[in-house]
Ligand binder design. Structure first.
Ligand code: NAD
Length: 482
């Protein structure tokens, strides 16, 4: 299949080429040119990784936490040293701009830093005299073998939300990265190995649905961390639970940005544009619907339209680019179909940014819709592209009602100068990650990443203390000495 690299699995401390002939091509989204091929691992490859992880778990769990943390710190150092290389890999395989890629690598490193605090976060608790002469001790122990299944849109950050925390808690880990962005994961695996994690503690298995389904069904896997689209998340949650596994599944989104008549538009408009069009809208925290509270919607739409028309779409590696390509040609076509569907249902395109002429990359013009009604498909479905819909309402009450009708509940934001409106919003909105005058309200890694409703399946969220809970099991020891 040409001279393009075929990525390898990393199992039991060694790089292995899966014995499969089935390869998936990975194009550079900015040009369409092939940059790698991904082997479609199946049950046999997954079984090798799970067996290695199970063996490694037995000794890794006995390694003192301070020593595990030293490996985490070594990994952090390697990631920091290679941060620019990683960011450029993200640009190449995902298409986002270099600044966006750098930001995402930074966010990933923050998760590694949080993992380094395990000697504090892993502590249990003790209560003396729960009964006369009887004491209770709560211990945390690792779950066992954890598999992480990740999406295409954050090739570095999301694997780093999972692997370092799972490992520092004493688990062995298997990463199944998105088959659309295999190169960043391959680099991460190299540095995990260099950081001295023993063979088998971290394994990398490339592939798509067959590899995932093998992980879900394998009796040697104890827990599944998943991030991806809503239909896949549902499948993962149901199937993993049916196989008796612990599971957290972070899913899709449809985020509402409420703009009050008193909002500071000079600052709000750039924040809204960055939220909706940054990373080509391929962010689970991307603003997708602006709920414009009148009076003021006309002014807002005028300002947004001017900003959208001025956006520069192009290759992510070019400094003047604001909006990179989307991930694949079929995804570009899906986004353009949503635009046609919006027009068919009566919404008006009031701004359309330019796209590079004669480009082979997967470019979508940034689109702004006005006159969108809450029942329209473009107001309800996740488009995951550079498309923003404006719904006009008469009051904050109505705005909250529109946002709360969504079946998703990942993020929401309000733009206002009024504390009472902000308070009302944060109290009543049915979403987990909220911004007050912030367009992308991403919690840092020491807080949980808390989607609500259809944006999350499970109980314990990714990152923060929730992740420590997810990657450990509790034991309560009741003691009496005669
Ligand atoms: P996706 O669901 O297509 O793929 C995610 C992972 O699941 C990949 O590793 C893929 O190989 C695997 N997969 C895909 N289809 C499968 C199937 N039928 N059976 C088993 N495994 C399957 O998601 P994506 O397109 O890579 O990522 C974008 C989506 O992820 C968006 O919906 C976005 O909102 C969501 N996302 C959510 C969050 C969050 O925190 N809630 C964060 C990032 C992305």
């Amino acid at each position: 299949m040409g001279a393009v690299e075929v990525v390898e699995n990393f199992v039991d401390g060694a790089w292995v080429r899966p014995a499969v002939n089935d390869l998936l091509a990975v194009p550079d989204p900015a040009t369409g040119a092939p940059i790698a091929h991904v082997p479609r691992s199946g049950a046999a490859e997954v079984d090798l990784a799970v067996r290695a992880a199970r063996r490694a778990f037995l000794t890794w769990r006995e390694v003192p936490v301070a020593e595990r943390v030293r490996h985490i710190l070594a990994l952090r150092h390697l990631l920091e040293t290679h941060a620019e290389e990683l960011a450029r890999t993200v640009v190449q395989e995902n298409g986002k701009t270099l600044d966006e890629a750098r930001g995402s690598v930074r966010r990933g490193i923050e998760a590694v830093e949080f993992a380094a605090s395990a000697s504090t976060t892993l502590q249990g608790s003790f209560l003396e005299d729960v009964s006369r002469g009887v004491d209770s001790t709560l211990l945390r122990q690792p779950v066992g073998v954890v598999a992480g299944i990740t999406p295409f849109n954050f090739p570095v950050m999301i694997p780093l939300w999972m692997a370092p925390l799972a490992l520092v808690c004493g688990n062995a880990f298997i990463l199944k990265p998105s088959e659309r962005v295999p190169l960043s994961a391959t680099r991460i695996a190299r540095w995990v190995a260099e950081a001295g994690f023993p063979a088998g503690t971290f394994n990398l298995v490339h592939g798509d649905a067959p590899a995932v389904d093998a992980l879900l069904a394998h009796p040697g896997v104890d827990a599944i961390s998943f991030v991806g689209s809503a239909p896949t998340a549902r499948h993962i949650y149901i199937t993993a639970a049916a196989h008796g596994k612990r599971v957290q599944a972070l899913a899709g989104a449809k985020n509402h940005l409420i703009v009050m008549p008193d909002a500071d538009l000079d600052r709000s408009v750039p924040a809204i544009v960055a939220s909706a069009y940054g990373q080509s809208g391929e962010r689970c925290l991307a603003g997708s619907v602006v709920v414009a509270v009148d009076p003021g919607a006309d002014r807002l739409v005028e300002r947004l339209a001017a900003a959208v028309t001025a956006l520069v779409t192009g290759p992510g590696g070019t400094p003047e680019t604001d909006v990179g390509p989307v991930i694949r040609a079929d995804h570009r076509d899906r986004v353009l179909n949503w635009v046609r569907e919006g027009e068919r249902q009566g919404a008006r395109v009031v701004a359309r940014g330019p796209v590079p002429a004669d480009a082979d990359g997967y470019y979508v013009p940034p689109i702004l819709f006005d006159g969108v009604r809450p029942e329209m498909a473009i107001a309800q479905e996740e488009i995951f592209g550079p498309v923003l819909s404006v719904i006009r309402v008469a009051s904050l009450d109505e705005a909250i009602e529109v946002a709360n009708r969504s079946r998703f509940g990942n993020a929401a934001a309000i733009f206002t100068r009024d504390g009472r409106s902000a308070r009302e919003f944060t109290h009543r909105i049915e979403a987990g990650m909220l911004g007050v005058n912030i367009g992308v309200p991403a919690p840092p890694a020491f807080f949980p990443f808390v989607g609500w409703k259809g944006s999350f399946f499970g109980d314990l969220h990714a990152t923060g203390r929730d992740a420590i809970e997810f990657y450990t099991r509790k034991k309560v020891v009741t003691t009496r000495w005669f």
